[in-house]
Design a protein around this ligand. Sequence first.
Ligand SMILES: Nc1nc2c(c(=O)[nH]1)N[C@H]1C(S)=C(S)[C@@H](COP(=O)(O)O)O[C@H]1N2
Ligand SMILES: [Mo]
Length: 323
Amino acid sequence: MLIKQKPDIPSSQITPQDVYLNRRKFMKSSAALAIGGSLPWLSLGSKDALAMGTKFENLIESPYSTKDDELTSYEDVTTYNNFYEFGTDKRSPAKFAYMLTTRPWSLSVSGECEAPKDWDIEDILKQFPAEERIYRHRCVEAWSMVVPWVGFSLGDFLKVHKPTSKAKYIEMLTLVRPTEMVGQKPGLFGSVLNWPYREGLRIDEAMNPLAIFAVGLYGEHMPNQNGAPIRLIVPWKYGFKGVKSIVSVRFTEEQPLNTWQEQAPREYGFYANVNPNVDHPRWSQASERRVGTLFGRIPTLMFNGYEEQVASLYSDLDLTVNF
Ligand SMILES: Nc1nc2c(c(=O)[nH]1)N[C@H]1C(S)=C(S)[C@@H](COP(=O)(O)O)O[C@H]1N2
Ligand SMILES: [Mo]
């Protein structure tokens, strides 16, 4: 049995370092408890765990950070996750994502562009200096968090590849590797999702300065369960847009079909803009629960509070139809 021990201090006082040290203990004991110890994924997994917790040097505080909102604790951000590649339960990614090997990691950029490229993640980290960007993170399931991401402008990254005039959208794909992603193995009733997990953005949305590729949080390299080594964050959209552990970016002329839209088109659209006025068919989107707070809900803000920066992108659209 793998039991994660809680330190005997209030969670509000838990620093990332405390949790990190605690996790290191946890990793060691889980490795020791697992059968064998000679399984290849086990040793790779624990080697990756050493990379977790590595601090970024000289982080820049971004002018785009959300001020005034209290941060969600490191523990909540890293133990309450949606990452179906590691199971559908919110606690599963924190338990199983250590199996994922995130080095070496390549990300290919292709499609409608003059300068396609196969990147090694280390070169991305060298070329695009990471900033701290505090953003509200709102799941379509009506919970939210406030997360100090570490990342860089998605637009800056895309421009390097010289998109052609035909590039109207981008499509992003998550890794498929069922040997390390236990949730990708088909179960009794088949696969939970049609892998790879896919997402898309209109090119002008992708170029908006609020959209980032995140490579860490709380000043550290990205924990596996949050989408290591690189994932999308678009703070005015529902969380499911934030595709994790990306291996491919493709410029396209046609609007890509995203995973949740394919799964349930009446419930999830292409845009997925946070909108308190358009309810999900099965629940209200007017308010949300901040993870880590026990009581009370707070009103959900139009475009998650980023209306001033992004509303103009949608001035021609009927948002009740384009949800
Ligand atoms: N590859 C992949 N990316 C994914 C998901 C997923 O299941 N697989 N879940 C999405 C959903 S529904 C949410 S709310 C966010 C959660 O991000 P977090 O766990 O870092 O809070 O990741 C998104 N990205
Ligand atoms: Mo979500």
